[in-house]
Design a protein around this ligand. Structure first.
Ligand code: NAD
Ligand code: GLY
Length: 360
């Protein structure tokens, strides 16, 4: 078992990463202040892992809300089910919400915790690779709007993150790949040795080798915690964690939530960002090829949807949290291992990239 720390002063918290953590009371107890806990999960994850959590929390007054499964349910409307559960079971301000599931459950539970009685505690128990390496760490919580992804949300840090890597054994292959997109992201934005390691170890990761997965999760959480500690609310460096996301969110929103997985859209978006960086003379064609090869080995898409026009991209990309005074800002690459945010993106170069990465 490995413990990392997200260093945020009085809001600091540990990330526990290891095997067989789910049913162990010790990882939860010191992070729960009151006697009430509301577990939020979904109809896929609850049958697999809720019993283990019940076992760990047997001493608490435990209530449960089971949400429908899917990105299309990450809405304000469905979020009301969590508030219904909290109010009907009379949870007070010392309650703790516990998110058991992937990034959708984690983002929704965190947002509910940020809002309920103006803010209560919550714990992240991520069960997908994507949520273990990214969404459970850093305190971004949100729901989607039909016009824009994650547009309604709050920064609200969890009390701890409990990442039981054994849960990845039941994860569908497509979801494993989606998680690897965010893992690859860390290598690209801030950790060139990790990118090199990923190139060498991608086959082991795809085969779910426990040691390789544990290392990838630890290194990803280490990189994310380091960035979040410098810029909790994204007024600067944290924006680099969104490499590929402006393109990716446009694809997810355009296609209809759930059609493309978040990690799949991010993978294609990262390749587009890399290609645009090459057009600006920052990275080489060889670097772009390296990324394309790695994404392909992770069985991730490397072109956007055929039917998505330039206008579809550009209009969706304008609904992005990085847009400032109407100006599009993108995360691009100076080199593998070094990202930056720029508002200086020539439209012609952007359109060339969109044309070159359209499925045909
Ligand atoms: P997800 O939550 O939809 O989970 C993927 C699928 O796997 C779901 O069907 C889920 O029920 C199932 N599942 C979960 N754990 C399982 C397990 N152990 N075994 C079998 N099936 C399992 O998707 P995700 O990829 O985990 O998260 C994507 C979401 O995270 C998106 O909404 C994205 O916007 C958000 N996100 C947030 C942040 C953040 O910083 N808050 C960062 C990245 C992504
Ligand atoms: N996934 C982007 C962030 O946490 O900032």
């Amino acid at each position: 078992m490995k413990t990392l720390n997200v260093d945020l002063g009085e809001r600091s918290y540990p990330i526990y990463i290891g095997r067989q953590l789910l049913a162990e009371p010790q990882f939860y107890h010191s992070h729960i202040r009151g006697s009430q806990v509301l577990v939020v999960s979904n109809e896929t994850v609850a049958p697999l892992y809720l019993n283990a959590v019940r076992q760990a929390l047997s001493g608490y007054k435990l209530d449960e809300v089971i949400l429908p499964d899917g990105e299309q349910y990450k809405t304000l409307d469905v979020l009301n089910q969590v508030f219904d559960g909290l109010l009907s079971h009379q949870h007070n301000r010392s309650t703790t919400l516990l998110a058991l599931g992937g990034g959708v459950v984690g983002d929704m539970t965190g947002f509910a915790a940020a809002c309920y009685q103006r803010g209560v505690d919550f714990i992240q128990v991520p069960t997908t690779l994507l949520s273990q390496v990214d969404s459970s760490v850093g305190g971004k919580t949100a729901v989607n709007h039909s016009l824009g992804k994650n547009m309604i949300g709050a920064f609200h840090q969890p009390r701890c993150v409990i990442a039981d890597t054994d849960t990845l054994e039941t994860l569908p292959e497509r979801e494993l790949s989606a998680g690897l997109a965010e893992v690859i992201k860390y290598g690209l934005i801030c950790d060139q040795p990790f990118f090199d390691w990923l190139e060498t170890n991608i086959e082991s990761l795809m085969a779910r080798d426990p040691e390789a997965l544990a290392y990838a999760i630890e290194q990803s959480c280490h990189d994310k915690a380091h960035i979040v500690a410098q810029d909790e609310k994204e007024s600067g460096i944290r924006a680099i964690l969104n490499l590929g996301h402006t393109f990716g969110h446009a694809i997810e929103t355009h296609q209809g939530y759930g059609e493309w997985l978040h990690g799949e859209a991010v993978a294609t978006g990262m390749l587009m960002a890399a290609d645009l960086s090459r057009r600006l003379g920052w990275i080489s064609a060889l670097d772009v090829e390296r990324l394309q090869r790695l994404l392909s080995k992770a069985r991730l898409p490397i072109v956007g949807p055929a039917q998505m026009s330039d206008h579809d991209y550009v209009s969706r990309m304008q609904v992005d949290k990085k847009v400032l005074d109407g100006r599009l800002r993108l995360v691009l690459l100076k080199s593998i291992g070094q990202a930056l945010v720029t508002g200086e993106v020539p439209e012609a170069a952007l359109l060339e990239t969109l044309a070159d990465y359209r499925d045909c």
